[in-house]
Ligand binder design. Structure first.
Ligand code: F6R
Length: 242
């Protein structure tokens, strides 16, 4: 793992946003794996700024998002489809038909996971996968467990994840308890991975991921097995590292 510490989330967003822009410039048909949540927002802002400045086009790029809530209407503002439209897709020149999500409302969940995984394979796999990390070490919605997961699947979210993400929901539409997510195996099949962690709430998960054993109780520790991973940390997220 290559570990890069930068002073703030702004510098990290610029560096990681530039990685995605450089890839799109080198390979206009690149395949991106994307994440939601607070962490990637500065990265997406950098991509938007550079696209609006005419420096890069994402018109030929294909994307796959890591995860999506179950039992939340697609049009709900907190669905991950809505998040991506608001934070990135609606502000760059990407073609909506090239942006792919797991359907958290699919009636046949197994068939939906198979459809999504087959589509990733069909386009030749993910070239660059963006990840955040949960306070409990989750990547995508792969929660701490006894074994590592492989392909996409439906997951029951842990109390830690529900507590962290409930702030985005109201009493009328409570936080979903389940999600569909790419598995750890799916994530590890990406050719290159970049993980961002900012803030002290992520410091313990980062320590376990980098200095702990490869252990499904710390799902992000699986990244130790990947050959091309870069971790971007701000000082607070890096604060517990030896
Ligand atoms: C989001 C995702 C999650 C988040 C993680 C951190 O698509 O897969 O693993 O990256 O929960 O979320 P934030 O960035 O909001 O702290």
């Amino acid at each position: 793992m290559k570990i890069i510490k930068l002073p703030s989330e702004i510098e990290i967003g610029q560096a990681v946003g530039d990685m995605f822009c450089a890839l799109a410039q080198q390979n206009p048909q690149a395949v991106f794996g994307l994440a939601t949540g607070a962490t990637p927002i500065p990265t997406y802002q950098r991509m938007i700024a550079r696209c609006k400045a005419g420096e890069v086009s994402f018109a030929g790029v294909t994307t796959f998002n890591l995860d999506e809530y179950c039992n939340l209407p697609e049009a709900h503002p907190q669905s991950y489809r809505s998040f991506m439209r608001a934070q990135l897709f609606g502000q760059i020149d990407i073609l909506p038909q090239n942006t792919h999500f797991l359907d958290g409302n699919a009636s046949d969940e197994l068939a939906e996971c198979q459809r999504f995984d087959a589509l990733v394979e069909q386009v030749g796999g993910i070239d660059l996968q963006l990840l955040g990390i949960g306070r409990n070490g989750h990547i995508g919605f792969n929660e701490p467990d006894d074994t590592f997961t492989d392909g996409s699947f439906k997951v029951e979210l842990t109390p830690s994840t529900i507590a962290a993400n409930s702030v985005y929901f109201t009493e009328d539409v409570p936080m979903p308890t389940h999600a569909m997510t790419m598995g750890v195996g799916s994530i590890l099949r990406a050719k290159e991975i970049v993980l961002i962690a900012t803030g002290s709430a992520k410091a313990e998960a980062i320590k376990a991921m980098i200095e702990g054993p490869v252990d499904p109780q710390s799902p992000a520790s699986a990244l130790q097995k990947h050959k091309n991973v870069t971790i971007y940390l701000d000082p607070a997220a890096a604060s517990l590292l030896e």
